[in-house]
Design a protein around this ligand. Structure first.
Ligand code: NDP
Ligand code: MG
Length: 366
């Protein structure tokens, strides 16, 4: 007896994660039906990526955006991969979870902005959020079948493109230097965020929401090889880790086939990659962004949305040559101190915080 194909919607299909997901689906032993794909600006690239029979939506078009939200809310699919970059991904995550469908989540901004609202939505609609971010996929995999309390999560970080730059030169690093990531091939925003470690700050917030642990229970470790994707230490002191080459194909393959672990075409163990694995504590002077995660978690409410919006503005300004590398984290810290409000019950409150933070940052930059 043949089973019916697994129905998927891929948002952000033209991005680094989206393109890799399409490759994983092509090589998958499971039969797939791609119900829809979306992108933002790259119409031709979107058409080139998929069969003409697959509905395509360009979210820079307001009608398409609404149609896509309607499709997500209809729930006529099994899983949606949200690989959109930035705050723009949040309404899609909300629509998928409202429909009670499973969400393979690469768009970490959804959880950074509205983690507690989305986790409640998933629970009340019996939807599963399967993380695609490699660290969270690792932790998720380490926790399968575990009921013992978590002592701490050990979140690994490559250290980004500027990890070896002398501290004195860091503030004036160029965009080309900050974009030259040593291990991962990623979109520009997350690559800059890796250099400042704002990406790791977001991942602390993401882990706090997904796994229900406090900020104090999340320790960041610099792991230059990006092979240990993260670890969980349990109450008995035992540590379980998930390892693999630095290829988003692995967490994507896992998330798309979850809860089954199926055969893949991915190249796993390579002795050279695994022979020298190092772990170090991060330098807080080099990576001041890390402290902002602790601050955002302790402030709560809309702090994650404020922080993310400030970082989007700051990274875009840095990429445009308007501010220095050192100013990215400074602007984010400034917004976090000045833009948070205590009322935050709905996604609309979150979107208001996003706007407030953007307007504040634009004013500081003008
Ligand atoms: P890219 O910049 O490569 O791709 C982003 C995708 O989002 C593109 O398809 C783009 O469309 C689309 N997009 C951009 N703006 C909008 C918008 N306003 N509305 C709807 N769609 C939009 O990003 P990545 O693939 O690197 O990252 C995607 C997400 O995954 C991010 O949240 C990132 O943090 C996360 N992630 C990425 C990893 C990686 O290895 N790249 C690792 C872990 C997490 P278009 O191309 O048409 O403009
Ligand atoms: Mg990550």
């Amino acid at each position: 007896m043949t089973s019916s194909p697994r129905r998927i919607i891929i948002l952000g299909a033209t991005g680094t994660v989206g393109v890799r997901a399409l490759e994983i689906i092509k090589e998958s032993p499971v039969q797939w039906q791609i119900c829809a794909v979306s992108a933002h600006s790259q119409q031709q690239q979107l058409s080139d990526l998929v069969d003409a029979s697959i509905p395509q939506y360009l979210t820079s078009d307001a009608d398409d955006h609404q149609r896509l939200l309607d499709i997500l809310q209809s729930g006529h699919y099994d899983i949606c991969l949200n690989a959109v970059v930035g705050a723009a991904g949040l309404p899609f995550s909300e629509a998928v979870l409202s429909a009670g469908c499973d969400l393979a989540l690469a768009n970490k901004e959804s959880l950074v902005m509205a983690g507690s609202i989305l986790m409640s939505l998933a629970a009340s609609n019996s939807a599963t959020i399967v993380p695609v971010d490699s660290e969270h996929s690792a932790i998720f995999q380490c926790l399968v079948g575990e009921t013992a309390p978590i002592k701490q999560l050990l979140l690994t970080a490559s250290g980004g493109a500027l990890r070896d730059m002398p501290l004195a030169d860091l503030a004036t690093a160029t965009t080309a230097q900050a974009l030259a990531h040593p291990n991962w091939d990623m979109g520009p925003r997350i690559t800059i965020d890796s250099a400042t470690m704002m990406n790791k700050a977001f991942e602390i917030i993401e882990a706090h929401c997904l796994f229900g642990v406090s900020a104090e229970q999340i320790k960041v470790l610099i792991h230059r090889q990006s092979v240990i994707h993260s670890m969980v230490e349990f109450l008995d002191g035992s540590i379980i880790a998930q390892l693999g080459p630095p290829d988003m194909g692995f967490p994507l393959h896992y998330a798309l086939h979850y809860p089954t672990r199926t055969q893949s075409e991915l190249n796993g163990f390579d002795i050279e990659l695994f022979s020298e694995l190092s772990l170090d504590l991060p330098d807080s002077e080099r990576y001041p962004a890390l402290a902002l995660a602790q601050q955002a978690i302790s402030v709560g409410n809309d702090a994650g949305a404020v922080l993310n919006a400030a970082d989007e503005i700051a990274v875009a300004s840095f990429m445009a040559g308007d501010i220095s590398f050192g100013d990215i984290t400074k602007l984010c810290a400034d917004a976090l101190t000045n833009c948070c409000e205590t009322k935050c019950d709905t996604i609309n409150d979150i979107l208001a915080a996003d706007l407030r933070s953007r307007e504040y940052c634009q004013l500081q930059l003008s």
